[in-house]
Design a protein around this ligand. Structure first.
Ligand SMILES: *Cc1c(COP(=O)(O)O)cnc(C)c1O
Length: 367
């Protein structure tokens, strides 16, 4: 018998949605840097990047050196930008795997500048987020970085921190960030520096700040078709989520009034009930904090999660649902359900996605 990948809990990836999303994003700017850090936002970095390569995406951004190496070992073609820190000791691997390193700031540049081999790099500019990046005012430092022989600067970028907000202050702040970045670009041009490619807009920036144009866009969450809870998108765009998270019913039982359920007896039945165990738990990435405060779908009907969520299992109320052992359970079906999960867990959709554990098989269901 063939091995059944849809065994206990799994992620289904509808890559035709990914294609659709990319086409919509390409209408704004054809030059996409696909942000695939953190296992492609939990979707499965190899599954996603292989498909993106197939539909012509040739620029990726990852957070870590290891993610970059993993892509190369899986034959992913094109440019790969590491957005985060790489130690000087490991820069030889940036070269070996033909990756592009972000120059975090001038201090980092000074630590690495005497390497005796060539690497490609992009300079990060801090325009207000105050996380990483050389401060936009320090033009002399920025020009110095362009003049190193072994650190070959192929691009320059900044990052926005409130581009997904429609509050007046946040819009003013974002425009100031982009103006600061433009100031740097203009001074570099006046100094006849070959600046390489420019990029600044992340997902919400791409659509909320369309009047700002740079060579490339860096797209993460919206490429996956996920509209984040708490984020503001100025346009209605037909993005579709690629991912569905599914599991199965493994055991069904009837309980009586006053019977309790799961660890800690946090749920006590008020009446007779029919309940089912489902083979997915917090180790798969379902936040334990939504115990007694979430719902899933069984045969198109809503079923509440009752009792404490366990490491590998959770329990649901199927009193009014026709269901059998083996039936599929939809844990994350669409944007709306993911947003509710994120809200109930007091977090954002990004964190729910990146917590989806690697033990969940990623299954491509449509080509
Ligand atoms: C994660 C990240 C992105 C992508 O952000 P989204 O909001 O998911 O589009 C872009 N740029 C940098 C520097 C990032 O760290």
């Amino acid at each position: 018998m063939d091995y059944l990948a849809k065994n206990r809990a799994w992620i289904e990836l509808d890559v035709s949605c990914l294609k659709n999303n990319i086409e919509l994003i390409r209408k704004v700017n054809n030059n996409i840097i696909a942000v695939v850090k953190a296992n492609a936002y939990g979707h499965g970095i190899i599954e996603i990047t292989s498909y993106l390569n197939k539909i012509g995406i040739t620029f990726f951004a990852v957070a870590t050196l290891d993610e970059g190496i993993l892509l190369r070992k899986n034959n992913i073609k094109g440019n790969i930008l590491i957005l985060g820190y790489t130690s000087k000791e490991n820069l030889k691997y940036v070269r070996k795997y033909n990756l592009i390193q972000t120059i975090i700031d001038f201090d980092y540049f000074n630590i690495i500048k005497d390497i005796n081999f060539k690497i490609n790099a992009h300079i990060k500019i801090n325009t207000g987020m105050n996380r990483i990046g050389e401060n936009y005012q320090n033009i002399k430092n920025i020009i110095d970085m362009y003049k190193n022989n072994n650190i070959c600067i192929k691009g320059i970028y900044t990052h926005l921190c409130v581009s997904d907000s429609d509050r007046k202050n946040d819009i003013t702040f974002t425009e100031k960030q982009l103006d600061n970045f433009n100031y740097v670009l203009n001074v570099l041009k006046e100094n006849n520096i070959n600046i390489g490619i420019t990029h600044a807009l992340n997902s919400y920036g791409i659509f909320n700040y369309q009047k700002y144009k740079y060579d490339y866009i860096r797209c993460g969450i919206l490429m996956y078709g996920i509209k984040n809870n708490n984020s503001y998108l100025s346009k209605n765009i037909d993005l579709e989520p690629i991912l569905k998270l599914k599991s199965r019913i493994t055991s069904i039982r009837n309980i009586n009034k006053n019977d309790s359920v799961s660890y800690g007896n946090t749920f006590v039945a008020k009446n007779k009930m029919k309940i089912a165990s489902v083979s997915i738990g917090y180790a798969d990435g379902i936040p334990r904090i939504v115990s007694n405060n979430y719902f899933v779908y069984v045969n198109n009907k809503k079923a509440s999660v009752i009792g404490t969520i366990c490491m590998d299992q959770l329990i649901i109320d199927i009193t009014n649902i026709d269901a059998n052992v083996g039936d599929e359970v939809l844990i994350i079906k669409d944007n709306e359900q993911l947003n509710i999960l994120a809200n109930n867990a007091s977090t954002i959709s990004y964190e729910i996605l990146t917590n989806l554990h690697s033990r969940l098989p990623r299954i491509i269901i449509r080509k």
